[in-house]
Design a protein around this ligand. Sequence first.
Ligand code: WTA
Length: 572
Amino acid sequence: MGTQRIPAAQGVYNLQDYDKTRQTFDWQEAEKHFSWAETGQVNMAYEAIDRHAETFRKNKVALYYRDESRKETYTFEEMKELSNKAGNVLKTYGGVNKGDRVFIFMPRSPELYFSILGAIKLGAIVGPLFEAFMEGAVKDRLEDSEAKVLVTTPDLVHRVPVDELPALKAIFLVGENIEETGPFINFNKKMKEADKHLEIEWVDREDGLILHYTSGSTGRPKGVLHVHNAMIQHYQTARWVLDLQEDDIYWCTADPGWVTGTSYGIFGPWLTGTSNVITGGRFKPENWYQAIEDYGVTVWYSAPTAFRMLMGAGDELVEKYDLSSLRHILSVGEPLNPEVIRWGMKVFGKRIHDTWWMTETGAIVVANYPCMEIKPGSMGKAIPGVEVAIVDDRGNILPPNRMGNLAIKKGWPAMMREIWKNPQKYDSYFLPGGWYVSGDSAFMDEEGYVWFQGRIDDVIMTSGERVGPFEVESKLLEHPAVAEAGVIGKPDPVRGEIIKAFVALMEDYEPSEELKEDIRQFVKTGLAAHAAPREIEFRDKLPKTRSGKIMRRVLKSWELGLPAGDLSTMED
Ligand code: WTA
């Protein structure tokens, strides 16, 4: 490819020689970094926190936390004790046992992290839910997973239809002035009284760890189950890709409701004993730059939408802050525009390293490494120890520069192990030859760089958040005025895509701007703000197949003014 290249970064990096490591690396080497390699006793939370509290890192800061009203710091020793306490609280008052599903539905706060770690110490499976979810989305997830315990806040609990969730036995409320009636328990009060010692539940490497619900193009959101074994890849990619080193101050801007916020907001940094910055509150360019300056952030993992918003806030703003601590910047979640990389070079004097992976892969699979040249527009190369290829629909590997399915050879350490209660769905991701098909199309050049081309299915990536059109369409259809609905992603310069809904109205309804707004609000309050269509277009009729399925492909062609392709299956 005749593209411009950005030379390797200067410095001493954990991964010095990509090609050599790729040829020689074996995952068994990574296993040596865990205490279970000697003791045989496995638990992610022990490896991420307690183990460090027993070493020179005991008084090292594990968590720097701040939001509009709080500013706190916790050492590894304190994190150990507080997660022990949380574990005791969940066990004593929630009856949490190994394998139970414990859901956490709250904005970022230290208590969110204590709860996640505490639940993992009990061998429970943690289900983090993004705070923006409304009742319908919350119910679907708690119901499907048969969650036994929920940790939430007084502000959010009214979105939990407790009476409709028979499996849910206890609800912990984090906050002030909480009345303990029925299933409701005052988390903070119990934390104060709790014992700081806890018997950790030792698990098998293949036991469940975390359940992230994510969207596909059809059906309800599905529960992607990851196991403790994923820590091997979390650790190794935190070293090679995030390049975490002993003195780093690391900031991942993702919320733990999404996979980036757990794999690289919790596990990767703490498995490597790194000081981890977590900020609450909403995105504001000033606050973000201020956080980098105040904490002296050295490694920063964020997303293209955020970088584009920062870019939009202007270069003068960047100059007001001292961002000289930054030494390594990374991105994930959507295509990283070459223009953004060039902007990053200009204002930060640093390359932004794109990485590719997904909820199902559990950890980074393709990346740009500091020791490697960047070809802007490419997502980088496969991580050593994982086989990535472009395959056709039958699992045959395609030659360089041919577009096809971005696929991964089954067996990487952080691979999802189950779609919750849906083994057929799980199997449907794999082609003959053991190729996991990602749903993304891409090509690979002669040098092994992978170039993203688009989603093969209809999944929408808006501001780096993954939204399934089916979930939005289902909610739209619950609105009394909506007869038919089809939802697509419309390209947007800042957000990557925005959600656009095409709606056919019931007979008694007339199109109007007020009705659009009402429908929008209906999705916003029923599902989630980020899932509400930013644009709604009324049509008399939507394109459907003869079997009655909305043809999103045709909607997309309307939107983009492109030919719709094969219409032979469309009803008359
Ligand atoms: C997209 C987020 C282009 C892709 C960790 C993938 C990307 C989906 C990139 C997964 C990238 C992720 N360039 N697209 N570097 N990284 N994607 O499950 O379509 O929320 O399949 O995981 O995001 O989204 P998910």
